[in-house]
Design a protein around this ligand. Structure first.
Ligand SMILES: O=C(CO)[C@H](O)[C@H](O)COP(=O)(O)O
Length: 258
């Protein structure tokens, strides 16, 4: 029997309502933002929400109405987990080197403010996420309702801004972050799974620096980025075009960049 992409409104709820919310947001984002006729290169981010975006593309691939175009899509990952998601869903893998222009990219976020500025990097993939999202003509974020900030970044996500640093410079960067006004600075640890610091897909370390609520995330972004040893900062500024939020009542809402 032939396969048809399931309608979002007819999906049975998952056992965890939060997972249901993430799935709804991701499916809606794919349905409304992939141009099946014209898109060629799709960015696939990292984290637990984007799993459902890759799953949705995999569903389109199985539906004979879409198989021909989806099988030609080149999907660009943002790290190891994301690469596996692409392959597990039968999609074609590419790299930014081969495909520097991405039509549309999908990724999760740790917090989204009212201007669609983002904190990302909670899953330690921020450099490649930034590479992919800023290489995309359209960057679409998918998140559950916990990620929607009432106003400023740093309200819901209080673990600090993730910052990817060259290992040789981590002490220097920590000292410099203190001078910039960070209240709490932590070198992210891999324990209990790994003794010692988290090592990113790019062989770097991660520092989480808490600056409290961010009234001006853009200027802080540039201040941190210019510190010697900083590879990338988990503040995604003027990057997201639209964010889909999966809500606890089963609805999905979206916000657009002004
Ligand atoms: O930035 C990220 C990884 O570095 C993720 O996109 C972010 O942490 C959101 O993850 P999830 O969808 O699991 O909440």
């Amino acid at each position: 029997m032939s396969y048809t992409v399931p309608d979002v409104s007819s999906l049975p709820a998952l056992s965890d309502p939060l997972e249901t919310a993430k799935r709804l947001a991701a499916y809606r984002a794919i349905d409304e933002n992939v141009d099946f006729k014209n898109d060629k290169v799709i960015g696939i981010g990292s984290g637990s929400t984007v799993v459902y975006a890759a799953e949705r593309l995999g569903q389109y691939l199985k539906d004979l109405k879409y198989t021909e175009c989806v099988s030609k899509f080149i999907c660009i990952p943002t790290g190891f987990q994301s690469r596996a998601l692409i392959l597990d869903n039968g999609l074609k893998l590419g790299t930014v080197d081969n495909y520097p222009e991405i039509d549309v990219a999908f990724d999760g976020a740790d917090e989204v403010d009212t201007n669609l500025q983002l904190i990302k990097g909670g899953g330690a993939c921020l450099f490649q996420e930034k590479l992919v999202s800023t290489s995309a003509k359209k960057f679409i974020v998918i998140a559950d309702h916990r990620k929607q900030s009432p106003h400023y970044l740093g309200t819901n996500w209080t673990k600090g801004i993730p910052i990817e640093v060259v290992p040789a410079a981590y002490v220097r960067v920590q000292n410099d972050l203190k001078k910039l006004g960070a209240h709490k600075i932590v070198l992210r640890q891999g324990t209990p799974a790994k003794a010692g610091p988290v090592v990113t897909d790019n062989n770097n370390f991660l520092i989480d620096a808490d600056f409290g609520q961010l009234e001006d995330p853009k200027s802080l972004y540039f201040k941190i980025l210019t510190l010697v040893g900083v590879v990338e900062v988990g503040l995604f500024i003027d990057n997201a075009e639209r964010v889909y939020f999966g809500n606890s009542d089963g609805s999905v809402t979206h916000a657009d960049r002004k």
